[in-house]
Write a protein that binds this ligand. Structure first.
Ligand SMILES: *Cc1c(COP(=O)(O)O)cnc(C)c1O
Length: 313
């Protein structure tokens, strides 16, 4: 049925730079799981789709106009043979042509509905959801970014596929769902560094705590698990979906050195931050790091279109 590369490959990155600082760096290539159901979006969707299939309901979800999650949901639902409905935030309302992300989602059979930014902010309100069910019938509701319990459980599988010994795992974060799933799999001496793609780390810390509560039920377990988390909040480049020439150059030179494409919204920022910290000797020699490539390279089309960046891949 679905053609997915699972378990995703793990590759060792080798360079002069990493040698110089004595860092062993591995990259878990979740970006290779599928070209459109990218990376962690598949992890978060897997169990949601299973539920939707069991109940024979369409999936209804939310996202922005360039959302990796929207496209992943559309294609994953198509492959699973279930209907998908996407509630899309604002701005495309008046445009005649869809951007490439939404065009792909629509060709995969997703029913697109454009809602105003105002309406979009109500997406988690009970009364709003009731209204949606009156309009669309019974649906399997998946929150923006796949940030629910099933999403967390799906993300526990990422580190289950890793046999390497490591000290630190690094990942980018939007909602913190992926990070939460991985936290549940860490051993006591291992740490997780979470690099938010949004401004301000507080929101994501609270979100991780909230998701941990759902998954662990006991407060002292939540507190204990949270100790393995550190949020590295300084590499958001001005906020969600923002980027600059320095980041573009990093992503291009990363491609030249390792032949691996990165997205500008998430993994590019995380690896920029990680490399910056390596060069500042944050990690002792001999540290073994595994970074997660959560995918999202499709989103570069939108970034290039909006900002005129030139990427070499
Ligand atoms: C959505 C997304 C993230 C954020 O994942 P969360 O689980 O919401 O923290 C990270 N990387 C990529 C490429 C994404 O598309």
């Amino acid at each position: 049925m679905m053609k997915l590369q699972i378990p995703s490959p793990i590759v060792r990155l080798k360079s002069e730079f990493l040698n110089q600082y004595g860092i062993e760096l591995w990259l878990k290539r979740d970006d290779l799981i599928h070209d459109k159901i990218s990376g962690n979006k598949w992890r978060k969707l897997e169990l949601n789709i299973l539920k939707a299939k069991q109940k024979n309901r369409p999936i209804l979800t939310f996202g922005g106009a360039y959302s990796n999650h929207i496209l992943a949901t559309a294609v994953a639902c198509e492959q699973a043979g279930i209907q998908s409905i996407g509630m899309i935030r604002g701005e495309e309302l008046d445009k005649k042509e869809l951007n490439p992300t939404l065009e792909d989602a629509r060709s995969a059979g997703m029913e697109l509905h454009f809602i105003s930014r105002e309406e979009y902010t109500r997406k988690s309100e009970e009364s709003y959801i009731k209204g949606l069910e009156e309009e669309f019938g019974q649906v399997q509701l998946v929150p923006e970014g796949g940030a629910n319990y099933y999403g967390v459980m799906g993300c526990t599988k990422i580190l289950s596929e890793v046999d390497n010994e490591f000290d630190v795992v690094c990942c980018s974060g939007g909602t913190g769902t992926t990070a939460t799933g991985m936290l549940l799999k860490l051993r006591e001496e291992q740490k997780l560094e979470l690099y938010p793609a949004l401004k301000g780390g507080d929101f994501i810390t609270e979100n991780v705590e909230h998701l941990l509560k759902y998954s662990l039920f006991e407060n002292d377990l939540v507190a204990e698990t949270k100790q393995s988390l550190s949020v590295v909040a300084d590499y958001h480049f001005g906020g969600y979906g923002k980027a600059n020439q320095e980041l573009v150059e990093f992503v291009n030179s990363f491609y030249e050195t390792y032949a691996i494409p990165l997205d500008l919204v998430y993994t590019g920022k995380m690896l920029f931050g990680l490399f910056d910290r390596i060069s500042k000797k944050v990690y002792p020699k001999g540290t073994r790091i595994i970074a997660i490539h959560t995918g999202g390279v499709q989103g570069n089309r939108g970034m290039a279109e909006r900002f005129g960046f030139e990427l070499e891949f």
